[in-house]
Design a protein around this ligand. Structure first.
Ligand code: GLN
Length: 382
């Protein structure tokens, strides 16, 4: 017998699409990972870090110089001050950080509010914690939420609001006004805010990322989650981190110590040198990815989609009513089989508005130009 919590466990949509894409040799504009390599200067620093003789367990909270580098970046960039000894935890990617945070805040029977479309691991973490996830819909056409709908979702059992800014899968970037509404509501109902900001350095059109913890009223109730994966095109290294006030850090570490205890020591040492260069490096990277976003927005419209312009992340969503009356799942399969292009259906990112999700597919533009051009050829060859 196995546990109730793993009963009816579905395979993630990323594995489903990847498997199908491999079978039909489709261009993958699907999973959120670059198809190009990590920058050479980053690889050089990592290679060097493996020669330092520091190959054993890191401390539970992370390698000290990496925690210091994380703290320095937040204080320089956003005037946010996290004590590296008591307010920072290094995790195995943001996915572990989300899991640790949900487990740390929600007891069985509690409620967790997310905005939908949401990244699918949120539902998985809620399920493992035994809490109920409630979704507040970000409405089309521009993925905005209604303050009343957010407030109506709150009950005496609500413990936290989980936000993802910039948002995967929509590419939405929350405005200061929206974050302020979240702060007002979190304070009114005494909620913790878990803020997944892994696409912090992929924000376009001259916008600036606003950390949730920098909004007045949220500094002492926010768990900020970040990662090195997206900024440095290194999704396979799984180095994420959590910055939070002391009482929340103690709570997430109480979980983290029994999940992974500690993560890769040499790569953390390397990131203590790499992270301070994030701004310098990501300005050019972001400009290049903005070009690819524009290319894929333009091409996908040409193929007959109605793309929704994103302000950040790796992704955008598009409706396809002009091309097909099928559901997102069926149309995804058809495109892989007939056009050899893999996209992600959006309904797995929805809880309430599944019908809205069924009209949407997610595109990933953080891919090589060759892959984007190949997708264009495949979509226009008939
Ligand atoms: N975050 C990535 C995405 O949204 C990868 C997710 C995964 O493979 N679990 O595509």
């Amino acid at each position: 017998m196995t546990a109730e919590r793993v009963a009816n466990s579905e395979t993630t949509i990323f594995t489903v699409v990847n498997t199908l894409a491999a079978k039909y040799n489709a261009v993958g504009l699907s999973q959120g990972a670059p198809d190009f390599d990590t920058p050479a200067w980053v690889l050089d620093i990592v290679r060097e870090a493996f020669t330092l003789g520091r190959n054993q367990y890191a401390p539970l909270s992370g390698v000290p110089e990496f925690r210091q580098a994380i703290s320095d970046v937040y204080s320089r960039k956003y005037d946010l001050h996290f004590n590296p000894n008591t307010q920072i935890t290094v995790t195995s990617g943001a996915t572990e950080a989300i899991f640790d945070s949900v487990m740390a805040v929600c007891d069985p029977g509690d409620e967790l509010i997310v905005f939908e479309p949401f990244f699918d691991s949120y539902a998985g973490s809620a399920k493992m914690a035994g809490c109920r996830m409630k979704a507040v819909t970000l409405h089309l056409p521009d993925f905005t939420f209604d303050r009343k709908e957010l407030e109506n979702a709150i009950t005496p059992k609500t413990k936290a609001i989980l936000i993802n800014n910039p948002n995967n899968p929509s590419g939405k970037v929350y405005s200061r006004e929206e974050l302020t509404v979240i702060s007002e509501i979190a304070n009114k109902y005494d909620l913790t805010v878990i803020s997944d900001e892994v696409y912090e350095n992929l924000v376009f059109d001259g916008l600036k990322h606003i950390p949730t913890a920098s909004i007045p009223g949220l500094e002492n109730r926010t768990i900020t989650i970040n990662s090195t994966a997206k900024t440095f095109s290194a999704t396979g290294w799984k180095i994420g981190y959590i910055c939070a006030p002391e009482y929340l850090t103690a709570a997430v570490q109480a979980v983290h110590q029994w999940v992974t205890f500690a993560v890769n020591t040499p790569i953390q040492i390397a990131f203590s040198k790499i992270l301070p260069q994030a701004d310098r490096y990501s300005a050019d990277f972001c400009t290049e990815m903005e070009k690819r976003r524009n290319y894929l927005l333009e091409r996908s419209a040409n193929w007959g989609f109605d793309p929704i312009r994103p302000s950040g992340s790796y992704f955008f969503m598009a409706t396809f009513g002009k091309l097909s009356a099928s559901s997102d799942m069926d149309f995804m399969e058809q495109l892989i089989r007939e056009r050899h292009v893999a996209l992600i259906p959006a309904s797995p990112f929805y809880l309430n508005a599944k019908d809205e999700g069924q009209k949407l597919l997610r595109f990933n533009f953080v891919k090589s130009m060759a892959a984007l051009e190949q997708a264009d050829k495949n979509m226009t060859m008939f």
